[in-house]
Ligand binder design. Structure first.
Ligand code: ASP
Length: 326
């Protein structure tokens, strides 16, 4: 009991000391919620043109609306997040699907994962090169294979056999990512992710990425690792992460937030703030998460200057944001 109270006090203290965006809806439990992200990193207003800002907001709004429409019609959280992520994967703005960053060899190798909070079923792919929408490949692994993760050629072949759209590797190339690769740009994030709660009370989370610019060939980050970049459990929350993947793997971030909630009984806001703003920050790890809990409370927390993010719930609460609040 004493441990539980002191943990809660510590987490409350951390929340008040560090700045982050946390939204908790306490008025009326929403029937459904969707939260999406398009990556966290050094995103500064001073370095963004109005044109770019509008393009990001427009695409986030489109992805959010596609996901919301599914939830509004009683569809599943899994369908909502897959559809929202597909929309961002198809856009060259984000580091996922078309527009993915390059490995040190100048190639695109993509990772994705998805998890169903109702069953704890999960699917993931890593190092894939030809599947147009990596998150759909992860979903096929979850639904149509006895495994959780497939990698490389085996994953590409499985996706093809499942009837997913296969493209030439040139499809993923964008000039913007190529230029930033050549400059070894430090602004290397841009992963996409989504979490949702549907009308049946089911949570789901998914994440899709090209990884980190200039990564070694064969490197796998946190995004396809269940527990690190993605986790969903109806008993606690659904989480999708973005940031410096190696730290997110070492700290098992998405599962840690779930476990803190489950075992100590603190709120989602307190658990997520502790992990991102204290634990990761102390290690020098940059990034953030989006998450929604079983009651429909949701948070977006990041220790970087910005995170592309948007949310909407059945109570009519909706926002699209890019920069930090401070
Ligand atoms: N977490 C991703 C990775 O390390 C990168 C990102 O979120 O931008 O592969």
């Amino acid at each position: 009991m004493l441990i539980r109270i002191s943990t809660a006090l510590l987490l409350v203290l951390i929340c008040s000391v560090y700045s982050c965006e946390n939204i908790e809806l306490k008025d009326k439990n929403p029937e459904w919620v969707i939260v999406i992200h398009g990556g966290a990193g050094t995103i500064l207003k001073s370095e963004m043109t109005d044109e770019m800002e509008n393009a990001y907001k427009k695409k986030l709004s489109e992805a959010l609306e596609l996901g919301s429409e599914i939830l509004r019609n009683g569809g599943s959280s899994l369908d909502a997040i897959s559809t929202a992520i597909n929309c961002m994967e198809d856009s060259p703005l984000f580091n996922a699907g078309r527009g993915s960053v390059f490995t040190a060899e100048g190639k695109n190798e993509m990772d994705a994962s998805i998890m169903d909070g109702a069953t704890l079923n999960a699917g993931a792919v890593a190092g894939i090169k030809t599947v147009k929408n990596p998150v759909l490949a992860a979903r096929k692994v979850m639904e149509n294979s006895p495994h959780v993760m497939l990698i490389g050629k085996g994953a590409d072949e499985f996706a093809k056999n499942q009837g997913l759209e296969i493209v030439d590797s040139s499809y993923f190339f964008t000039n913007r990512r190529w230029e930033s690769f050549k400059r070894a740009n430090k602004n290397k994030f841009g992963t996409v992710g989504a979490v949702a709660l549907d009308m049946n009370g089911n949570l789901a989370a998914a994440t899709s990425t090209g990884g980190m610019t200039n990564k070694m060939k064969g490197r796998v980050g946190d995004s396809p690792i269940i527990g690190a970049g993605t986790y969903a459990d109806n008993k606690a929350c659904a989480v999708s992460a973005t940031g410096h993947g190696e730290y997110f793997i070492r700290n098992v971030v998405a599962y840690d937030i779930n476990a803190i909630m489950k075992y100590s009984g603190v709120s989602l806001k307190e658990a997520a703030t502790y992990v991102i703003m204290k634990k990761l920050k102390e290690q020098g790890a940059e990034g953030g998460i989006i998450a929604v809990d079983k009651a429909g409370n949701f948070v977006t927390v990041f220790n970087t200057s910005g995170m592309y993010r948007a949310y909407k719930n059945s109570n009519g609460f909706s926002e699209i944001k890019i920069y930090g609040d401070k």
